[in-house]
Design a protein around this ligand. Sequence first.
Ligand SMILES: [Zn+2]
Length: 184
Amino acid sequence: MPQRLPSPIEIDAAGMAHPCQIILSPNTDARPEGTDIDMIVIHNISLPPHQFGGQGIMQLFTNRLDPAEHPYYAEIAHLKVSSHFLIRRDGELIQFASCHQRAWHAGVSSWQGRERCNDFSIGIELEGCDESAFNDAQYLTLQALIQALQQRYPIRHIVGHSDIAPGRKTDPGPFFDWQRLSSS
Ligand SMILES: [Zn+2]
């Protein structure tokens, strides 16, 4: 198959991506004043685990997950979490928080001596899991999104959740192809 170029994405002055579906999460707050946004954190998520295409991720990030719907939901429904972006299996991009806001995706974390990576990072979730490959459409959207973020913010680090929370987190997992980011 010929390689498709990613369709361009733009981040506007309010920190919102275009084109993009917006589902705002209440689980955000202000970044510390004067913080440079210089990191992108890549994650994977699937709800229920290893199942793709449902509404669970959107429900989790908007505090609407039904604990009765799945045993795992009962464990996590109380969590107050969010990410700036989700890239679904078909490459669709959803934004839950302005990039100017702090989203709650990294948890306890540190990178090169800096703690609390949520303060200065943008979180991108790929719908997926540690046990299977991501789709081409997801990489295309991810490449376009990273390019757009690099144009708007002084991004210096693109890391996985497992890099900033080793021992606690394993995503984006062994199937995430880092080389496909450097080719963008
Ligand atoms: Zn993660």
